[in-house]
Design a protein around this ligand. Structure first.
Ligand code: AP5
Ligand code: MG
Ligand code: ZN
Length: 215
């Protein structure tokens, strides 16, 4: 299964990609997670990416395309992959098409998660992430342990730097302007599957799986 998860900031791409990874036994390729790791490690790419990310701007296309091109060549992508947060612009979508053609691979589906703006803001402001294992939480919808630690590993939960209200607004605007048009592009390619992302997490998961199986 080779799929793209498309959706606004907070739509549930990361949450659903983690579940699909287990379900289909294929890797989650999150450009956001890879860039955050680079920022933490203070690699040259991380140092450059940090300012874009903290202000909610997109990192230049050439940088993310390079990351994804390398990642897709690794062995664990042979059976499939879930792209989470890539592509985000038409040039990225065009570059992905070329990379996949070079690797003789074809996308199966592009899943678009639909969530209202108000719900997106509530999700992002309540989001927390385990500093140790990376598991995602929400203070209301996916609560951590009673003492506020990670239910899987007991790690400390942190809040993403770009989850402040101003930056969230900027991310949403950029999504509308540059990424949302990709829905029409993938519809015209016959790949788009639209899923209601407003339901509870396990229900959204089931609906994605059945939509993928019948597409
Ligand atoms: P990225 O990390 O991709 O951020 P994003 O697209 O803004 O999306 P999020 O990760 O914020 O949301 P999500 O959809 O994964 O939601 P989640 O599952 O966590 O990118 C960050 C930055 O990196 C970008 O701004 C840019 O600078 C750079 N970047 C990354 N990729 C790039 C690219 N391709 N090109 C250029 N720059 C790039 O869920 C959110 C919360 O809601 C969680 O708390 C979760 O528990 C909760 N939740 C999830 N589902 C539900 C549900 N059904 N009901 C209730 N709560 C739910
Ligand atoms: Mg995410
Ligand atoms: Zn943890």
């Amino acid at each position: 299964m080779k799929i793209i998860l498309l959706g606004a900031p907070g739509a549930g791409k990361g949450t659903q990609a983690a579940m699909l990874t287990e379900w289909f036994d294929i890797p989650q390729i999150s450009t956001g997670d890879m860039l955050r790791t680079a920022v933490q490690e203070q690699s040259p790419m991380g140092i450059k990416a940090k300012e874009y990310m903290n202000s909610g701007e997109l990192v230049p296309d050439a940088v993310v395309v390079g990351i994804v091109r390398e990642r897709l060549q690794l062995d664990d992508c042979q059976q499939g992959f879930i792209l989470d947060g890539f592509p985000r612009t038409q040039p990225q979508a065009d570059a992905l098409k070329l990379v996949l053609a070079e690797l003789d691979k074809q996308l199966d589906s592009v899943v678009s998660l639909q969530v209202d703006t108000e719900a997106l803001i509530e999700r992002l402001t309540g989001r927390r992430t385990c500093a140790d294992c990376g598991k995602g939480y929400h203070l209301k919808y996916e609560p951590p342990a009673q003492d506020g630690s990670c239910r899987s590993c007991g790690g400390r939960l942190t809040q993403r730097e770009d989850d402040s209200e101003d930056t969230i607004r900027n991310r949403m605007q950029i999504y509308q302007q540059l990424t949302a048009p990709l829905e029409n592009y993938y519809r015209s390619e016959g790949l788009l599957v639209v899923v209601d992302g407003m339901k509870e997490i396990p229900i959204v998961h089931q609906e994605i799986v059945s939509a993928l199986q019948s597409h």
